[in-house]
Design a protein around this ligand. Structure first.
Ligand code: 13P
Ligand code: SF4
Length: 323
């Protein structure tokens, strides 16, 4: 027991030293650290801004910093690079991908578009630059409804890559959209049976969910929204208890906002010993990798100029429509 306590204290000290070095480098190099809510708490603590995908894109579009360090997944950093071709965009781990982005390869997606001529192509921001370059509009989970409704009523739409968000949006907007069959490995793992069982133990708790969750999960939610939307809802709701269906990293900032409320992570299917769901891609980023990436200004995120120019158009449309 004493040995474990000693080890924890040692790790904490090492993290504090590393955090101090990161902050110093960040200042010296005029770098801005943008972090998603799914990052480890020690990374969120160092960030200049923590937010959802839309807010992080907005921050990337407005920063004066020379270097953007993106603590999130690859498509988020890539979006920052598309918006800022002249800035250096670095990430702690280039391999931090996303199952949704991976589910949509450009060649297959181009064939899908060709098979549906005359459709407006709306893609969820969780996709690669190549996919964005094939799109008319980009959206995030916080503005999907607005972006879809910006398309004339009689215009058919392709929505990709998230099938669950697409299906939810069909329900919300009444639009007849052709959906790509991609899914998030974290959100599709929530177990409806376990959630219902948990709710029996906490009958006062509100169940809230991210729209990447499956339809049977969304059906029982009293609120559905982006990561920022979920945090805002928990703050504003009169309820004192919540079961939260999204990646468990969100609980850190959420709990800070509502220190007296009870937040319970929604249980997932795959692991009986774990009540939470974690995105293995997001969790590839560590404090040590963050330090190394800032020190070496690598790995950098690059996008071929021809793709970047095309991908920028639907991103700018989204930013314009979400003002
Ligand atoms: P948000 O835009 O809600 O932050 O979602 C990003 C994401 O990857 C959810 O899994
Ligand atoms: Fe992608 Fe899902 Fe991870 Fe979000 S939680 S980054 S959608 S794999």
């Amino acid at each position: 027991m004493i040995a474990i306590t000693k080890q924890i204290t040692k790790n904490k000290l090492a993290n504090t030293e590393l955090s101090a070095k990161i902050l110093q480098l960040k200042n010296e190099k005029n770098a801005v650290l943008l972090a998603h809510y799914y990052q480890e708490p020690e990374i969120q603590e160092l960030a200049d801004f923590v937010g959802d995908s839309l807010e992080l894109s907005r921050q990337a579009a407005s920063t004066n910093a020379k270097i953007i360090i993106f603590a999130g997944v690859h498509f988020m950093a890539e979006t920052a690079k598309i918006i800022n071709p002249n800035k250096t965009v670095i990430v702690p781990d280039l391999k931090a991908s996303c199952s949704l982005a991976e589910s949509c390869p450009p060649k297959e997606f181009k064939a899908f578009i060709d098979a549906h001529p005359g459709h407006t192509v709306i893609t969820y921001i969780n996709c690669s630059a190549e996919i964005k370059a094939l799109s008319d509009l980009v959206c995030t989970s916080s503005n999907a409804e607005k972006i879809i409704n910006s398309v004339p009523k009689n215009q058919p739409i392709i929505f990709a890559p998230d099938y669950n968000l697409g299906r939810y949006m069909i329900k919300k907007t009444g639009r007849d959209m052709v959906l790509w069959q991609g899914a998030c490995i974290v959100h599709e793992a929530f177990s409806i049976d376990k959630i219902l069982k948990l709710h029996k133990k906490h009958p006062q708790a509100e169940f809230i969910a991210h729209p990447e969750s499956e339809s049977q999960v969304l059906e029982i939610a009293t609120y559905i929204g982006s990561t920022s939307g979920l945090i805002k809802y928990v703050k504003e709701s009169q309820s004192q208890e919540f079961i939260v269906a999204t990646e468990a990293g969100i609980l850190y900032k959420m709990q800070m906002e509502v220190p007296d409320k009870l937040l319970i992570p929604a249980p997932a299917n795959e692991d009986n010993n774990c009540a939470c769901s974690e995105c293995a891609f997001m969790k590839m980023n560590t404090l040590e990798k963050l330090y190394q990436c800032l020190k070496n200004e690598a790995p950098v995120v690059d996008v071929a100029e021809a793709i970047r120019k095309k991908a920028l158009i639907p991103i700018n449309r989204m930013l314009e429509l979400s003002k």
